[in-house]
Design a protein around this ligand. Structure first.
Ligand code: ADP
Length: 474
């Protein structure tokens, strides 16, 4: 079974969120169960610097009105024999942070076309025949359409949706860059204005199979029409074409147990496991609090992208309670400038209890997971969420909104706390309750141990992907 997995980021070479973690860990888990999977991603400058890939060839493709050269680099995921290919094209693929929605969709249309051409290149140059392409999120969601209507290669495609709120929405002119003729795009469904395209929506319609990253999110997206109205229409249309049996499958993400392991983590001041967690976490907390000039108190953390989805405004509403309860709150995150500003403002208002690290810092994230007593995850929606899984592995109890994958991975009162989503009064109540539990050493200790022992490795979920691939490859 030869599976080519593609997406826009792959940890540890380039990562901005959970998709990067998945792209860097699922392939290794699949390899262990004899799926020959390889990864292909764009070659941004940072990606190339971090991966130090070897140039193994090139090919040409026609995009817009030019013949474009695509360089192929090869490397491996660390500590594995899992191949990663990087496709490079200086003008188009060197930088990810292109401004303007059409620039971004044009960039990933180019990458998607390059991946399709790469299939033939792999066959002749690496003697590796692709049996299935596993696309992830909107960035690679044009691949099924290109394969079906343009460069007709009968390879099944799985599209995994990691987050429905990023859809790759923009001008339909992108199809001209790919030289789609009118008759080849006639079948495109219009759930949106005539001159626009919703790339994720097209992926949903044209992929052989669609999956998402938790069973609960799979259920939610089929009923929560108000949030992503256009996408909901695409999902319904797919259901109408293929019948109800073609359900959207939800497979819970896992985390990389080599990367996220307090027993082996070199970022920590003191490594620890389920027996000596108290010593390890105490050391981590002391160091962190000292470095932030915070007093030794119960410590809450928020780690994550500063995006509307993450419900940070609810945290800001409960900050006063946290201060009154004599606890600390540390933010680590970056993203939306307005959210960043309000987080910085609240940290300035309460300098004795609140800190805001408005940066992306992988090393600090490891230290904070270890140092935290509780991790706050007030997301309005969360397709899967890895933060709660990593937190639990490091013995930090998650206090999370009851939504999406958070609901699938936390058992309320046993290994974490779930509160009714979108309600800051419920969040406040959970915070107070968590602090009461923390005072009961034996009860809190049992919760920490249960959380740390929970299995979030990829083993189970990789087997589910293998089964799904098997059904799709005929
Ligand atoms: P999403 O994919 O929506 O960003 P996830 O919970 O699935 O959320 O994954 C977030 C991943 O990104 C985790 O590995 C988390 O530790 C990491 N992360 C997010 N923000 C930061 C940051 N500012 N610094 C370091 N790591 C971060």
């Amino acid at each position: 079974m030869n599976v080519l997995i593609t997406g826009y980021e792959v940890s540890p070479f380039f990562k901005r969120g959970g998709l990067g973690d998945v792209m860097g860990s699922l392939p290794k888990a699949l390899k262990k169960i004899n799926v020959d999977c390889r990864v292909v991603v764009p070659c941004y400058i940072e990606m190339q610097e971090n991966a130090n890939g070897k140039r193994i060839g090139e090919f040409y493709l026609h995009f817009d009105d030019k013949e474009e050269k695509v360089g192929v680099y090869k490397s491996y995921l660390p500590d594995s024999n899992c191949v990663v290919y990087f496709l490079s094209n200086r003008p188009i693929l060197s930088h990810i942070n292109l401004r303007g929605r059409n620039k971004k969709i044009d960039q990933f249309a180019f990458f998607s076309l390059a991946v399709v051409h790469f299939i033939a290149w792999l066959n002749s140059n690496e003697k590796w025949e692709v049996d299935l392409i596993h696309c992830n999120d909107w960035h690679t969601a044009l691949i099924p359409l290109i394969l079906k209507n343009k460069i007709k290669i009968p390879i099944p495609t799985l599209l995994t949706i990691h987050n429905l709120s990023y859809q790759g929405f923009g001008s339909r002119k992108v199809l001209d860059l790919l030289h789609f003729k009118n008759e080849e795009t006639k079948g495109l469904k219009r759930e949106i204005p005539a001159k626009e395209i919703d790339i994720l929506g097209e992926g949903i319609l044209h992929a052989t199979k669609v999956s998402t990253v938790s069973p609960n999110y799979a259920l939610e997206i089929m009923k929560e029409e108000h949030r992503h109205r256009e996408i909901y229409a695409y999902l319904r249309k797919r259901e109408a074409i293929l019948g109800e049996k073609d359900e959207i499958i939800g497979i819970l993400n896992g985390i990389d147990y080599e990367v996220w392991n307090p027993e082996k983590d070199n970022n920590l001041f003191k490594k620890y496991n389920t027996s000596d967690w108290e010593i390890g976490k105490k050391a981590a907390k002391e160091k962190i609090l000292k470095s932030f000039s915070l007093k030794s108190r119960p410590t809450f953390c928020f780690i994550g992208r500063m995006a509307a989805q993450k419900g940070i405004e609810m945290l800001i509403k409960v900050v006063k309670t946290i201060v009154q309860l004599d606890a600390n709150l540390i933010f680590l995150g970056s993203g939306d400038p307005n959210i960043e500003k309000s987080v910085k403002r609240i940290a300035q208002k309460y300098p004795d209890n609140i800190r805001a690290e408005v940066i992306y810092n992988e090393e600090l994230s490891h230290k904070l997971y270890a140092a935290s007593d509780f991790i706050l995850i007030p997301s309005h929606f969360e397709p899967c969420g890895l933060i709660q899984m990593i937190a639990m592995r490091y013995g930090a109890i998650p206090i999370a909104a009851k939504t999406g994958g958070l609901k699938d991975s936390i058992v309320n009162g046993k290994d974490g706390f779930l509160f009714e989503k979108d309600k800051s009064t419920r969040l406040r109540r959970s915070i107070k309750h968590a602090l009461v539990i923390k005072k009961d050493k034996s009860r809190y200790g049992k919760m920490v141990q249960r959380a740390m022992r929970k299995d979030f490795s990829w083993d189970k979920s990789a087997a589910l992907y293998k089964k799904l691939y098997g059904k799709m490859i005929v």
